[in-house]
Design a protein around this ligand. Structure first.
Ligand code: NI
Length: 157
């Protein structure tokens, strides 16, 4: 069992630039396994390493079909636009209105260092952008238009 503690936006690690992963070793594999377990336990869509206090460029994303492990991810291309509700496990109980691309393609390495590409639409595109922002020390509250109100949240699905 390897549940990690999810840090909140008050913690300095959420606001720092993360360094690339250089060693694809057992320590990275343990981090990825723990992050996946922590994401599933928290019921989120994505989790970035700085949210568990590790300043490395590592992200996990639950696409609904699988949990993607993205090491050193980069946005390759984006298209379209969506403006909608966005939350973060590090900002519990709140949601903001954030503009993101409708489609996002990323290039990343897997746990063994091999490169691959992944494309996401709608929620997954939003998540890719949100998580890569985390690796640059950016929390969505810094790029949102505004917080959603209780009434807006209750009105949404
Ligand atoms: Ni987040």
């Amino acid at each position: 069992m390897g549940l990690r503690k999810i840090l909140t936006v008050k913690e300095p690690s959420l606001h720092k630039m993360c360094r690339p992963v250089e060693k694809f070793d057992g320590k990275l594999h343990k981090l990825l396994d723990d992050m996946k377990e922590t994401l599933l336990d928290a019921g989120g869509v994505g989790l970035a390493a700085p949210q568990v206090g590790i300043l490395r460029r590592v992200v996990v994303v639950d696409t609904g079909e699988e949990i993607l492990e993205l090491v050193n991810p980069e946005l390759l291309e984006t298209s379209g636009e969506q403006v909608g509700a966005e939350g973060c496990l590090s900002v519990p109980g709140k949601y903001g209105l954030v503009k993101r691309p409708m489609v996002a393609k990323v290039r990343a390495q897997d746990r063994n260092g091999d490169y691959f590409e992944a494309e996401g639409e709608e929620l997954i595109a939003r998540c890719f952008c949100h998580e890569i922002d985390h690796l640059d020390g950016i929390v969505y509250t810094e790029v949102m238009e505004r917080y959603l109100t209780e009434e807006e949240l209750n009105g949404e699905d």
